[in-house]
Design a protein around this ligand. Structure first.
Ligand code: GUN
Ligand code: ZN
Length: 426
């Protein structure tokens, strides 16, 4: 049994709905861990007295946070992150598809999966929801690696049966069959969840979208992830491919791919009808701010959408330009500024933890440092560089300190990471 001492990021609600007091910072806190779960939290002196036999790790002034939850990534794009000069469709064709072709090789897929989790854990991210490639081997590689490390993790085989290179295309029926086989193999095993994954409407025929909608109807307990309204060219292309659809979301709605367990990445250029429908079915949108600036997609409307739709936060690597959820929070802040709405550090930290966990329907398991939650933790040093330390010294409260690390921090701010109650060796 372990007892961690430090400051604690405590979350009691959604700061966008319930006010900023829903996220607070406790000084002189303690976290008592038993069998991979948080068994108690509270005042350090009280918990030291209550659990005298625990192994103590004293983090001093460091901030004990929930491990970060990255709600939309492409682990197969790890090696092509920061590829220059293209917008979405050209970026996919020039960089992404050639790299994804390599994942038919199980050894390459396993090598990148291991590299990917090394990078995310170094950045304090303990759960990701990833797209695979079209190859079932990519899903096996990801889940094998996550399982070995004891991680809670989610992925699915990416399905595409048109507008992609031949070797990256499946068929409507094979997408259904392969997805179902992977779902049966992995969903609910240890801490792993399968996610039904049509890439986006331009790369699936209506038949394929229907087939996957059928699978989702058979297995509504699964999440379904895809992309929605990321760039204006993409939306125009969807209109030409689906002339009868009322809008982009309708291509999913008409094929059984709109629902409460649906995750829709980007969602920048939205029609009022789309927002109404997403709100009515209580779907989740995933904000990918470093990607949206890097690929030149646009500015997500956090203020307009958070009252109506569940929102998670994500790196979208390798379209996103960083593996770090700190960098991602900083980009979300900057996009908020460009829209005239500065997000508070309490809102940013919530989005990167409990907010993303809620988007993934895992908010009863991860995303909070609270009794009964799984012990996935990220310990942040709030003075990790000279630049940050001198700003933190000047801070008049703890949020000002946290904000300096959000804006200027990276993997150097991550003192330690705990997964399933075990400290990750680095
Ligand atoms: N839309 C369809 N596929 C992708 C992808 O891999 N990355 C991003 N950013 N958008 C997409
Ligand atoms: Zn994506």
């Amino acid at each position: 049994m372990a007892l961690l001492l430090g400051r604690i990021l405590e979350i009691s609600g959604d700061p966008f709905q319930d006010g900023l007091d829903a996220v607070t910072i406790r000084t002189d806190g303690a976290v008592h861990i038993v069998d991979g779960l948080i068994a108690d939290t509270g005042d350090a002196a009280a918990l030291r007295a209550a659990y005298p036999n625990d192994d103590i790790t004293d983090y001093g002034n460091d901030l004990i946070c929930p491990g970060f939850v990255d709600a939309h990534v492409h682990f197969p794009q790890t090696a092509i992150i920061a590829s220059w000069g293209k917008r979405l469709i050209d970026w996919l064709n020039s960089y992404t598809f050639p790299e994804e072709m390599r994942f038919g090789d199980p050894d390459y897929a396993a090598m990148i999966a291991a590299r990917y989790f090394d990078l995310t854990l170094a950045n304090g991210t303990t759960t990701v929801c990833s797209f695979g490639t079209v190859h079932p081997t990519s899903v096996d590689a990801f889940f094998n690696e996550a399982q070995t490390r004891g991680l809670r993790a989610l992925t699915g085989k990416t399905c595409m049966d048109r507008n992609a290179p031949e070797s990256l295309r499946d068929r409507a029926q094979s997408a259904y069959d392969d997805s179902k086989a992977l779902l049966d193999r992995w969903h609910g095993v240890d801490r792993l969840s399968y996610v039904i994954t049509p890439r986006f409407s331009p790369t699936s025929t209506p038949e394929q979208l229907h087939a996957l909608g059928g699978l989702w109807a058979e297995r509504p307990d699964c999440l379904m992830q895809t992309h929605l309204s990321e760039q204006t060219d993409e939306i125009a292309w969807v209109k030409s491919l689906f002339p009868k659809a009322r809008d982009y979301l309708d291509t999913y709605e008409q094929t059984g791919l709109l629902g409460e367990n649906g995750l829709y990445g980007h969602a920048i250029h939205m029609e009022p009808r789309e927002i109404d429908r997403l709100s009515e079915v209580n779907a989740a949108l995933i904000h990918c701010p470093t990607s949206n600036t890097f690929i030149g997609s646009g500015l997500f409307d956090m203020d307009g959408l958070t009252p109506r739709v569940r929102v998670g936060l994500a790196t979208d690597t390798g379209g996103g330009s960083s593996f770090s959820m700190l960098r991602t929070m900083a980009a979300a802040y900057e996009i908020g500024q460009l829209r005239g709405r500065p997000l508070h550090p309490a809102e940013l930290m919530w989005l990167a933890t409990a907010g993303s966990a809620r988007a993934l329907k895992l908010d009863d398991k991860i995303g909070r440092v609270a009794k009964g939650y799984e012990a996935d933790l990220c310990i942040l040093n709030l003075s990790s560089t000279a630049a940050i330390a001198q700003r933190a010294d000047r801070a008049s409260d703890a949020w000002e300190e946290v904000f300096a690390t959000i804006m200027m921090g990276d993997d150097r701010a991550v003192r330690d990471v705990w997964v399933n109650g075990n400290r990750v060796q680095r």
